[in-house]
Ligand binder design. Structure first.
Ligand SMILES: [Zn+2]
Length: 243
């Protein structure tokens, strides 16, 4: 699999609160768009934030000279650099083919493996509920990653009989306590990221391969997050998992 997940073991929390969060995103750069400001604030507050990137990002180019062999490692590098700006603890890549993400038992098992390895209190992902959102089409990889993330939080990661091969890997069932969805259809939770909007943009600027005309693009992105009262907000649908 080559995600690096097999190399980490999270110690038991003991009597410490679980302050681990897992961001499950379809492509390198999705997390920076959706949740970077919140990640900065939570990391400052002592949270350990991990990224799970589901695809290899191999379709993110219009450059005829760019090949997947060159683009995939480049986008990994960009994603790691962006994550480092935010204070993300580690980044894992599943490397499914960009644009072809499908809901398969293999993909769900990979996501359950990540959840059972990291044992997050909180999971962040794409809101999969809409095909068309306002005036844009929600990328099918985003919908797929969000659907699988939700299904893995409940019920797949918590059900002992699911994927018995993971028990053999020593991965016990795990119940996350809350999910936050970005690009949400029904926003019920807002995070004021005004103090860290510049750092969010700095992280986005690390995705050089995705940013033709960088300065213009960053200004467009900045205004996208500006609220009516001149604050900057990241908006989520928050779903508590009470039991
Ligand atoms: Zn994307």
């Amino acid at each position: 699999m080559g995600s690096g997940l097999e190399d980490i073991r999270i110690p038991d929390d003991g009597d410490q609160p679980n302050k681990r969060a897992l961001v499950i995103a379809a492509h390198p750069d999705d997390s920076e768009f959706g949740v970077a400001g919140t990640v900065i604030l939570w990391a400052r507050d002592g949270w350990q934030v991990y990224y799970l990137i589901c695809t290899d990002g191999s379709k993110g180019t219009d450059d005829p000279a760019m090949t997947p062999d060159k683009l995939v490692p480049l986008r990994r590098e960009e994603q790691r650099a962006a994550a480092a700006v935010l204070g993300v603890k580690d980044v894992f890549f599943l490397d499914y083919v960009d644009g072809e993400l499908a809901y398969t038992p293999e993909f769900a098992r990979d996501v359950v493996r990540a959840i059972r390895t990291i044992r997050p209190h909180t999971v962040f992902s794409h809101d999969p509920n809409q095909i068309v959102r306002n005036s844009f089409i929600n990328h099918p990889d985003h919908r797929c990653a969000g659907t699988v993330a939700l299904d893995c939080v409940y019920p797949l990661a918590r059900n002992r009989p699911t994927f018995p091969e993971l028990l053999e890997e020593g991965l016990e069932p795990h119940s996350a306590k809350e999910v936050y969805l970005w690009s949400a259809s029904d926003v019920n939770y807002k995070v004021d990221i005004t103090d860290v909007i510049d750092i969010k943009l700095e992280a986005l600027s690390k995705h050089v391969s995705q940013m033709a005309e960088m300065e213009t693009r960053l200004e467009q992105i900045r205004s996208f997050w500006r609220s009516e009262d001149d604050r900057y907000m990241e908006n989520f649908r928050r779903i508590p998992i009470p039991f």
